[in-house]
Structures are given as C-alpha cells and as structure tokens.
Design a protein around this ligand. Structure first.
Ligand SMILES: NC(=O)c1ccc[n+]([C@@H]2O[C@H](COP(=O)([O-])OP(=O)(O)OC[C@H]3O[C@@H](n4cnc5c(N)ncnc54)[C@H](OP(=O)(O)O)[C@@H]3O)[C@@H](O)[C@H]2O)c1
Length: 260
C-alpha cells in the first residue's frame, strides 16, 4: 500500500482554497476539504481526477458545530495530518453604518472565531504527533486600514499576527505556521462580499493558481509569511510598511467605495 500524506483545506469549494487543495493533490497529498455548499463535492471530483483521495465535508464554518464537525470528520479518517490550510474567509463591502450587524459578526465568526477554533484542534493534534505544517490565509488587507471593508481587513490582520504568534510558540515543536497574504485575486470573493460595484472588483486581479502555489511553496519552505500575487502586489506590500495609515486608508477607500 502506498502512503500518501493528508492535508486539510477549509473553504475549498472554489477560489484560492480549491487551488490550494489541487496543489496539495498535485504534490502527492490526499485532501480533506470543507465548504458550505454542494460545490465541495465537485471540488472533490477535481482532486480525485489528479489521483488523490478526497474527503469532502459540507459544513458552515460560521458555526461552532460546523467547524467542530469537520474536525471530527477529519479525525475520523484515522490518519496523521501533515498539513492544514485554514483558508476559509468571507468579505463584506459597504459602509459600516449601512451593513447589517449580523453580517459584520458573520465575518468575525468565520474569519476569526472559526480560524482560532480550527487552529486549536489542528495545533494540538500536530504537536502531539510531533510534526505538521499550518497555512493561514490572511490578506494584503492585513497591512493597511480597509474602509468600506472595515470589519474584513482587521479580521485578516488578526489572521496574520495570529499566524506569526503561533509560529513562534510552536518553533521547537516540529509544527510550522505560515501566513499567506494574497492581493486581490480572481475568485468570486468580491462579488460574494457585495462589492461588484467597486473599483477593486473591476480592477486587475492576481491569478488564484499562482497565489495558491506561492502559499504552498512558502508552507513547504517554512517561511513565516508570503505575499500571494505578482510583483506589483509584492511591491505594494513593501510600500505599505512605510506609508502612514491615513494615506493608505484614503487610497483603499477609492478602491472599495461602492459606485452608484
Ligand atoms: N480573492 C481575493 O481577492 C482575496 C484577497 C486576499 C485574501 N483572500 C482570502 O482568501 C481566502 C479565500 O478566498 P477566495 O478568494 O477563494 O474566496 P471565494 O472564492 O469566495 O471562496 C470562499 C470559499 O469559502 C467557502 N465558504 C464560504 N462561506 C463558507 C461557510 N460559511 N462555511 C464553509 N465554507 C464557506 C466557499 O465554499 P462554499 O461556497 O461551498 O461555501 C469557498 O470555497 C479568504 O480567507 C479570503 O479572505 C482573498
């Protein structure tokens, strides 16, 4: 019997998560993958077409039960877990005074609470087994204020510093942690966030396959973080490090304000 390592990927029905799952499969991994829609089973089919075994699970990552049940499903496979991509995340565009509170809280439930919940399970499991690699999908949004996505950007800043913090804590445990910071990427993300009428959704996007490959390679090289995207995206992040927050905020507002 051939041994294939197992990777877990959340938010893998489409977009960057699906590309990460395909990247794991291309590199010899079987994949446990989750999403909230039936599309997760189509994603599993694409992974199996690459010769990997896919274990698809449908659950709502906005709920404690949804996160925990996917973890229990993965544990139930009875296999070591070599890698975990905590990727699921949603956006929300619009002026803060206009968005529904329940939608703001859903961003926090998926991007922050759900990520912490899954990371707790994964980190404990991997430390006990003595090895493993954790990838957390943050965003370039973690490096600037994000008006008109005022809850989303800070949720991704949380993901970035959470990954960097956990990485240091686990440094001698055999478990690595890497943050992936994609720039604007060609998925349904902005449309799903209600941002189809924004300049950012209509502007240039990075290739999701490239972003996922960069995340995978950074994970394998044990980098603390990697920017996902082209040279312009990487340069923007460098500039963000030395640009005052109000300047970045005004620039971002021009990209995210919804056009009439
Ligand atoms: N695209 C960008 O411009 C961009 C830039 C920076 C960072 N990111 C980050 O990249 C990650 C992936 O985003 P993406 O661009 O691939 O977005 P996407 O195309 O909208 O994909 C989101 C994925 O999450 C799943 N999902 C959404 N809500 C869910 C829920 N409640 N429970 C379980 N799964 C759920 C979706 O599957 P179902 O439809 O089956 O639920 C889908 O697989 C996110 O963390 C995002 O913050 C994206």
């Amino acid at each position: 019997m051939t041994y294939r390592p197992l990777a877990l990927v959340t938010g893998a029905s489409s977009g960057i998560g699906l590309e990460l799952a395909l990247e794991f499969a291309r590199n010899g991994y079987d994949v446990a993958l989750s999403g909230s829609s039936a599309q997760i089973f189509d994603a599993a089919k694409r992974i199996e077409d690459l010769g990997a075994t896919a274990y698809a699970y449908r659950a709502d990552a906005a709920t404690h039960e949804g996160v925990e049940s996917f973890w229990q499903f993965t544990l139930g496979l009875g296999r070591p877990l070599e890698a975990a991509a905590l990727n699921v995340g949603i956006g929300l565009g619009g002026a803060f005074i206009d968005t529904a509170l329940e939608d703001d809280l859903r961003v926090i439930a998926i991007n922050i609470t759900g990520t912490v919940h899954m990371a707790k399970n994964v980190a404990r499991f991997m430390v006990a087994q003595g090895h493993g690699r954790i990838l957390i999908t943050s965003s370039v949004s973690a490096t600037l204020p994000t008006p008109f996505e005022t809850v989303y950007g800070p949720s991704k800043a949380f993901g970035f510093m959470f990954a960097e913090s956990l990485r240091e804590e686990l440094r001698e445990s055999g478990v690595t942690v890497t943050a992936l910071l994609p720039g604007a990427t060609d998925s349904r993300f902005h449309k799903n966030a209600g941002m189809a009428r924004s300049a950012i959704d209509q502007g240039p996007k990075n290739d999701k396959t490239l972003v996922a490959r960069q995340g995978y390679e950074a994970l394998m090289k044990d980098l603390d973080h990697v920017v996902g995207g082209d040279d312009t995206t990487r340069q923007m992040v460098e500039e963000n490090r030395i640009t005052p927050e109000p300047v970045k905020a005004a620039r971002h507002a021009r990209l995210t304000r919804l056009n009439p």
